[in-house]
Design a protein around this ligand. Structure first.
Ligand code: BES
Ligand code: ZN
Length: 625
């Protein structure tokens, strides 16, 4: 199926590959005590994980990764080691002590539908290393095997992993909780015409034999171990920054990300030294289910960020910010996801302000607050899922992924900035990252550290921060943001409502932010005349910018124009895999009474979606039909 969508055809992207779910089973979720990670079987007290070795072969023919992992352990305390495992075929476990190594009997527990199973390996106090020989299954949740016709070149297939939140366990057996860190080395063998890259030290060029060696000598949690294999080329941006992309996209990517080195410098100014050495980015096929993923040293990006006008680079600022909030100081469990995403979203805004000014940064902040309002209205202000500190026992960590973590978390930091002043907050942030570096932290740790090092025990502020973290509902205080551009748009909108023609609106200098704000504020109704008129004046349906086009499609479907945009919507849904864009359009189709169309389009688009995107869309389709 060749994509007809304007955005992607302009980039030469075609649509994507076939997968089934591997995560099955019916045993009840294991009960966990409050401090424990509810999403991992690994007991962090059984031993200290120090280092991981991976030796893997990637076979596109069988759609499997196979080989072995070795864990180097210190201070073995338990008599058995439980590793997380989702659908892996385990062939052999070997226990290695100072002198000997021996195959040992292993057990795989019944699979839980959310968590997968525990791979249990007996230990002795003398165990130093444990080796596991295994293979993945086609359909593994973390992996997308993208067929050649859906890649930039159309010639070679592509493989990428997406381990966050709990899918690392579907491609290597691991202690798959964010509270356990280890260094890693890998030897990866791929077809010789392809390049392999990881969240580690990376090659600049293809090797002739398809064998690649990687090293990450700083400790990371399993969800930050990442691999991509495909037809890739590299180009430097600055001294420490560069971009990997398919040869067909390298020029566009290099241009779009030209400010990367400056962003890195601005981040260091704000947060203290960048600890990871290089910061490169990788442009993936369009089926990547996220905008970006902060894999250390190598952020993975959706090609939808290649807008052609650098208007979506806040995403780069976001992923870069994770080099501190998330990768350096990591949420202890997914209950504290806001510590990764909320702090990052705040820093993203500061990076944007420092490079492009307050006007641009505030525009994104206002749009973010709008998203948050909508999310809280949908979930209900009493919903426990509107709290920052979550309680996800028995639930999929996917539930934590909402604007609440991102925007309510960001709003807390913005509140602290407004109360204490920027200098104080910045000093505090640098102390925070230095104090917790290469460790995990939970909401309680954040609260205590903030109380002591920023709030100086001020009772009123302490109480507000505690409520902000532990209560449901919207942020306690709305940040002070204002932009002239959005005020001008408000004026233009009132003129539209008063009967002025769209032709009178001066939109010549608008960029993505203005267009999103404008579309969100268009008059709502079921009369297609308005909707058609707007499309005629502003050519929304022809936009190449995925952010603008998806906002428009959602509006048009819900406001009397569904028939008019259906072909465009179908093209879009069949060529982009970024979940943030897909879900609102499927939801709008359902809400607009077009459930059958949604089902039909999904059946067509599904082979091209990543397993993670499929799972979410299927939830929406079954919930609403
Ligand atoms: N780490 C997230 C992506 C993620 C979160 C993947 C949870 C799996 C589970 C990443 O940093 C992110 O937030 N991406 C956003 C972009 C950002 C600018 C809001 C996305 O992909 O939309
Ligand atoms: Zn993020």
């Amino acid at each position: 199926m060749k994509s007809r969508n304007a955005i992607l055809s302009s980039l030469g992207i075609l649509a994507i590959g076939m997968l089934a779910h591997s995560c099955t089973g019916n045993a009840p979720t294991e009960k966990t005590s409050s401090g424990r990670d509810p999403h991992s079987y690994t007991d962090p007290d059984a031993a200290n994980f120090r280092h991981l070795e991976l030796d893997l072969q990637v076979s596109f023919d069988s759609q499997r990764i196979s080989g072995w992992t070795v864990y180097h352990l210190d201070e073995v305390r338990g008599d058995s080691l439980a590793l997380d495992n989702m659908g892996l075929v385990i062939q052999q476990a070997v226990r290695i002590d100072e002198k000997d190594s021996a195959q040992v009997p292993f057990r795989v527990s019944a699979a839980d539908p959310i968590l997968g199973s525990a791979l249990k390996i007996p230990l002795t106090p003398g165990t130093r290393r444990v080796r596991v020989h295994y293979s993945t299954v086609p359909g593994a949740m973390a992996l997308q095997w993208v067929p050649a016709r859906q890649t930039a070149s159309g010639k070679l297939p592509f493989l990428f992993t997406q381990s966050q939140s709990i899918y690392a366990r579907s491609w290597f057996p691991c202690p798959d909780g964010p509270g356990i860190r280890f260094t890693y080395r890998a030897r990866i063998q791929v077809p010789p015409e392809m390049m392999a890259v990881m969240s580690a030290s990376n090659p600049r060029q293809r090797t002739s034999d398809g064998i690649y060696h990687f090293e990450m000598e700083l400790p990371v949690p399993a969800y930050l171990v990442a691999l991509a294999v495909g037809d890739l080329t590299f180009r430097d941006i600055g001294k420490r920054t560069g971009v990997y992309a398919p040869p067909q996209w390298i020029d566009a990517s290099h241009w779009e990300f030209a400010d990367l080195e400056k962003m890195l410098e601005a981040s260091e100014q704000l947060l203290g030294p960048y600890r990871w050495g290089r910061y490169d980015v990788l442009v993936l096929p369009a089926s990547f289910p996220f905008g970006g993923m902060e894999n250390p040293r190598l952020t993975f990006l959706s090609p939808t960020v290649l807008a052609g006008d650098r208007s979506l680079v806040s995403l780069l600022a976001h992923e870069l910010a994770h080099s501190w909030s998330g990768n350096l100081v990591t949420n202890k469990t997914w209950n504290d996801f806001w510590l990764n995403e909320g702090v990052t979203t705040y820093i993203e805004s500061r990076i944007m302000e420092s490079l492009y000014g307050k006007e641009i940064a505030d525009m994104w902040s206002i749009l973010g607050l709008q998203d948050l309002e909508k999310t809280i209205a949908e979930k209900g202000p009493e919903s426990p899922l509107t709290r920052l500190k979550l309680s996800l026992d028995g639930l999929d960590p996917e539930e934590s992924m909402s604007d609440v973590a991102y925007e309510k978390g960001k709003a807390l930091l913005r509140f602290l900035e407004e109360r204490k002043g920027r200098n104080e907050l910045d000093r505090f942030l640098r102390e925070y990252f230095a104090n917790f570096e290469f460790r995990s932290n939970d909401s309680e740790g954040f609260f205590e550290f903030t109380r002591k090092h920023l709030l100086n025990d001020d009772p009123a502020l302490t109480d507000t921060v505690s409520k902000w973290i532990y209560s449901s509902g919207p942020p306690l205080v709305r940040g002070n943001y204002s932009t002239q551009s959005f005020e001008d748009i408000d004026t233009a909108q009132s003129q539209l409502v008063a009967g002025h023609s769209p032709a009178e609106i001066n939109s010549a200098n608008w960029t993505t932010n203005e267009w999103i704000y404008f579309i969100r504020r268009l008059p709502k109704g079921h009369d297609s005349t308005d909707c058609l008129l707007f499309d005629q004046y502003f050519n929304f349906s022809q936009r190449k910018n995925a952010e603008v086009l998806s906002t428009w499609l959602e509006y048009a479907i819900l406001n009397g124009c569904a028939g008019h945009v259906l072909v465009t919507a179908e093209d879009f849904l069949c060529s982009v895999g970024r979940r943030k864009y897909l879900l609102p359009i499927y939801e709008a189709l359902l809400e607009g009474g077009m459930g059958a169309e949604a089902e039909r389009i999904y059946a067509r688009a599904k082979p091209g979606y990543h397993p993670i995107a499929r799972e979410s869309i299927e939830k929406v389709l079954t919930r609403k039909i």
